[in-house]
Design a protein around this ligand. Structure first.
Ligand code: C2E
Ligand code: MG
Ligand code: MG
Length: 702
C-alpha cells in the first residue's frame, strides 16, 4: 500500500496527538473485554492516577484485573448496569467504588458503550473512568447536613413555617401542628386555609404582621392570641422574615412560633397581684390613677363627667380593734362586695388600703345622678352585716369631686375628693359631701400653713406661754401648763388651735413637740433655780407624738440633757389618743411612768376612753375638759358629769383638775365638789415667760 509521504506524516501526527490526548486526560480511557475479569485490552496512562497501578499491569490482567480493583460490594451492580447496556445496545454510566493501590477507596464514574462485531456479538467495551471521590464526598456531606437540618426542623419544639404572603401554609414542622392543636401536618393544611381569618383571634393582627413585614422585612417577638383547633385560645410569639428571589420578588414568609401562654398567664397573674388588693380582689391604688386617666379621656370625647368618690368606713377601727383582724377582714370583704354592687360594670371600685375605698363613676351628665348613687351606697353600707355570728351596723363618710367641674387632672381630683370626705366625717358621718370652693380655700390655707410652719421651725418663731394652775388645798400655784405660741415676724400671734392640727396631720408635730419639751424642761430648770422651788411644768403630747415609737426615748434624753427632776415634768395626753389599740398605749404609759414623770389625761370626758381600761392607766391626773366647766351655768346637767368625774378620779387614786375656769361661780362649784386643782382665765390667762415669773413672785394681780 502506498501512502503519500505527506499524508503519512499527517496520519502519524494525528495518532500522536490522539495518544497524547488520551494519556493526558484526567481519567482513564480503556477498552476491555466483557468477561469475568474485565480483561483490559487498552488502558490509557490516566490509569496510574486513578487506580495507583501502571497501565501495563492491567493490560491482559498482567498484575491485577479491573474486577479485582472494583470494590467487592459494588461488583454485582456494575456488572448489571453494563449488562443492561449491552443487551439494549446503549451507553452506560455508573458510579461505584474501586480499591486504589494505596488501599484507599475511591469513587469513580464510568461511562462507556459496548462494541459489537458484525455478528452482533459484544466484542469489547470502551469507556472512560473518572475519579469523582471529591464530588461524592461533598454530596454525602451535603446530604448529611440536610438530614441534620431536617431533624432539627422535625424535632424542634418551636413551630417553624413558610407561608405565602396571602396566608397559606407552604411548609411547616410537626411542632407547629402540635402548637395549634392539629393531629398531623395534613390535618393542619386542611384545617387552616386562611391564616388571617382562622388563626388570629383578631384578624387585624395578621394585617399588622404583614405591615411590619413590608416595612422592615422581618418581625421580632410578635405576640398574638390565636385559636387552636379545638377553639382554645393561646398566646404565641413569632419571629419571621421575608424570603425573596434573585429579582427581589417576595416568595414567602419564613418564621418560628412559640407558645407563650404560660409566660403570659404568669405575667398577667403578677400584674394582677400588683394591681389588685389581695383581700377584696378590688383594683388597688396602683390602678387608680390609670383608670381615672382612662375615664377622663372618655369623658373628654363624649363631653360627660366623671365622679371620684372617696369612701371611709366610720366604725371600722372600732370593730377591727375590738373583734380582731379576722372580723375586720370579713367586714372589708362584705363592704367591697356591696360597693361593687352599687356601681355599673363600666365604673370602678378601688380599695386604697385600710378602710378606704374610691369609686370612679363614668358617663355622668348630671350631678344629681351622683347624689342618687351615693344614697344607694350609704344605704347599702349601713345594712346590718353578720360577722362571726354577731350583727354589725357600720356607716361611711363619702367625699366627691367631679371632672371637669372641680379639676381636670387625676391628682387634684383625688385630693379634692379626699378633703370632701374629711368634711363629711366632720359633719357627723354617714353622709356625703361634694367638693366645694370653700373646701379648696381651706386646702390651700392648709398647704400654706404647712409651708409656713416649716419656715417657723427654721426661723425660731415659736415661743412658750405658761398658764398657772391653782391648788385648792392651799390656794397656791401648783404648776403651770406650757402652751405653744407662734409669732411670725411682723404678724400677730397665731393660736395653736389653728396650727397644731395641721402640724399633727403633716407630721411636723414630731419636731415641734420636741422643741416644746426641750424648751419647757430647760426653762423649768432655770426658773426653779431662780425661785428656789420645784414647780412642775405640764407639756402637751399630741396623739401622733404619743403613737410615735421614739417618744419614750426622746423624753428620757430631754430629761437627761436638761437635768430637770422627772417628777417636775407632767405629760398631758389627750384622751382621744388612748381610745384605739389600748394595749400598746398602756405599755407606753408605763414606760413613761418608769422615767419618773407624771401623766395626765387631757380633755377628759370627750374622748370616749373605755372605763374598763381607765383603771389600768398609770396616770396621776384627770384633766376635765373645759366644755363641762364653761357650760356649767347654762347646762345644769354638767353638774352631774363634773361630780361623777371627780368621784371617778378619786376612786382610782388620781387627782382631778378642771380647766377653762372663767368665773367665780365655776371656781366655787369645783371647790365644792372636791376638785383638786384648777386652771383658767379666772385664775390666770396663759402668760409670757417674764409675766409668769412676775406672777409667781408677786402672786395674782387680782
Ligand atoms: P389644752 O391642752 O386643753 O390647753 C388648754 C387650752 O385652753 C389653751 O388654749 C388655753 O389657753 C385655753 N384656756 C385656758 N383657760 C381657759 C379659759 O378659762 N377659758 C378658755 N376659753 N380657754 C382657756 P391654747 O393655748 O390655745 O391651746 C389649745 C390647744 O392646743 C391645747 O389644748 C393643746 O391641745 C394644744 N397645744 C397647745 N400647746 C401645745 C403644745 O405645746 N403641744 C401640743 N401637742 N399641743 C399643744
Ligand atoms: Mg393641755
Ligand atoms: Mg385641755
Amino acid at each position: 500500500m502506498y501512502i503519500n509521504p505527506s499524508l503519512q506524516a499527517k496520519l502519524e501526527d494525528s495518532e500522536r496527538m490522539l495518544k497524547a490526548l488520551l494519556n493526558n486526560l484526567d481519567g482513564m480511557v480503556y477498552c476491555c473485554l466483557y468477561d469475568a475479569k474485565w480483561t483490559m485490552v487498552f488502558v490509557g496512562n490516566g490509569c496510574k492516577q486513578l487506580t495507583g497501578y501502571d497501565a501495563q499491569s492491567l493490560v491482559s490482567n498482567q498484575d491485577i484485573s479491573f474486577e479485582a480493583i472494583t470494590f467487592p460490594e459494588d461488583r454485582k451492580r456494575v456488572r448489571k448496569v453494563i449488562g443492561d447496556a449491552i443487551s439494549t445496545g446503549r451507553h452506560f454510566s455508573v458510579e461505584y467504588r474501586i480499591v486504589h493501590a494505596d488501599g484507599g477507596i475511591r469513587w469513580v464514574l464510568e461511562r462507556g458503550c459496548p462494541l459489537y462485531n458484525d455478528a452482533g456479538e459484544v466484542e469489547a467495551i470502551e469507556g472512560f473512568t473518572q475519579d469523582i471521590t471529591q464530588r461524592r464526598e461533598s454530596e454525602i456531606a451535603a446530604r448529611e447536613a440536610e438530614e441534620r437540618y431536617r431533624s432539627i426542623f422535625e424535632n424542634a419544639l418551636e413551630g417553624i413555617y413558610q407561608t405565602s404572603p396571602d396566608g397559606h401554609y407552604l411548609n411547616f414542622n410537626p411542632a407547629l401542628a402540635r402548637i395549634y392543636g392539629y393531629d398531623s401536618a395534613v390535618d393542619l393544611v386542611l384545617g387552616i386555609t386562611d391564616i388571617r381569618k382562622q388563626l388570629y383571634v383578631d384578624p387585624f393582627k395578621r394585617d399588622e404582621f404583614v405591615r411590619l413585614m413590608t416595612a422592615h422585612g422581618q418581625v421580632k417577638n410578635f405576640e398574638a392570641l390565636v385559636h387552636r383547633k379545638n377553639g382554645d385560645v393561646i398566646w404565641i410569639s413569632e419571629n419571621a422574615r421575608e424570603v425573596k428571589d434573585r429579582d427581589g420578588k417576595l416568595m414567602f414568609y419564613e418564621g418560628t412560633v412559640e407558645d407563650i401562654t404560660d409566660r403570659k398567664n404568669y405575667e398577667q397573674q403578677i400584674e394582677y397581684q400588683a394591681t389588685h388588693d389581695a383581700l377584696t380582689g378590688l383594683p388597688n391604688r396602683t390602678l387608680l390613677a390609670d383608670r381615672l386617666q382612662q375615664y377622663i379621656g372618655m369623658a373628654e370625647r363624649y363631653s360627660s363627667k366623671v365622679a371620684v368618690a372617696f369612701i371611709d368606713l366610720d366604725q371600722f377601727k372600732l370593730i377591727n380593734d375590738s373583734m380582731g383582724h379576722h372580723a375586720g377582714d370579713e367586714l372589708l370583704k362584705i363592704m367591697a362586695a356591696r360597693l361593687s354592687e352599687c356601681v355599673r360594670d363600666s365604673d370602678t371600685v378601688v380599695r386604697l388600703g385600710g378602710d378606704e375605698f374610691v369609686l370612679l363613676l363614668t358617663g355622668l351628665h348630671k350631678i344629681e345622678d351622683v347624689s342618687e348613687g351615693m344614697q344607694r351606697v350609704l344605704a347599702s353600707v349601713a345594712d346590718p352585716c353578720l360577722i362571726e355570728g354577731r350583727e354589725f351596723v357600720v356607716s361611711c363618710s363619702i367625699g366627691i369631686s367631679i371632672y371637669p367641674d372641680d379639676a381636670r387632672d387625676t391628682t387634684t381630683l383625688l385630693k379634692y375628693a379626699d378633703s370632701a370626705m374629711y368634711k363629711s366625717k366632720q359633719s357627723g358621718r354617714n353622709t356625703f359631701q361634694f367638693y366645694t370652693d370653700e373646701l379648696n380655700q381651706r386646702l390651700m390655707e392648709r398647704l400654706d400653713m404647712e409651708y409656713r410652719l416649716r419656715q417657723a421651725l427654721e426661723n425660731d418663731e415659736f415661743l412658750l406661754h405658761y398658764q398657772p394652775k391653782l391648788a385648792f388645798a392651799n390656794g397656791e400655784v401648783c404648776g403651770a401648763e406650757a402652751l405653744i405660741r407662734w409669732q411670725p415676724a411682723g404678724e400677730s400671734m397665731v393660736s395653736p388651735a389653728s396650727f397644731i392640727p395641721v402640724a399633727e396631720e403633716t407630721g411636723l408635730i414630731e419636731e415641734i413637740g420636741q422643741w416644746v419639751l426641750r424648751t419647757a424642761c430647760s426653762r423649768a430648770v432655770e426658773l426653779n433655780a431662780r425661785l428656789g422651788r420645784e414647780l412642775p411644768v405640764a407639756v402637751n403630747v399630741s396623739p401622733r407624738q404619743f403613737r410615735h415609737s421614739g417618744l419614750v426615748g426622746m423624753v428620757r434624753s430631754v430629761l437627761k440633757d436638761s437635768g430637770l427632776n422627772p417628777a417636775c415634768l407632767e405629760l398631758e395626753i389627750t384622751e382621744s389618743s388612748l381610745v384605739h389599740d389600748t394595749g400598746s398605749f398602756i405599755k407606753t404609759l408605763h414606760e413613761l411612768k418608769a422615767l419618773g414623770v407624771k401623766l395626765a389625761i387631757d380633755d377628759f370626758g370627750t374622748g370616749y376612753s373605755s372605763m374598763a381600761y381607765l383603771k389600768d392607766f398609770p396616770v396621776d391626773r384627770l384633766k376635765i375638759d373645759q366644755v363641762f366647766v364653761s357650760r356649767l351655768e347654762a347646762e345644769p346637767s354638767n353638774i352631774a358629769i363634773l361630780k361623777a368625774i371627780v368621784a371617778l378620779g378619786h376612786s382610782l387614786g388620781m387627782k382631778v383638775i378642771a380647766e377653762g375656769v372663767e368665773t367665780a361661780y365655776q371656781q366655787a362649784f369645783l371647790l365644792g365638789i372636791g376638785c383638786d386643782e384648777l386652771q383658767g382665765y379666772f385664775f390666770s390667762k396663759p402668760l409670757s415667760t417674764e409675766a409668769f415669773e412676775t406672777f409667781l413672785v408677786a402672786g395674782p394681780s387680782r
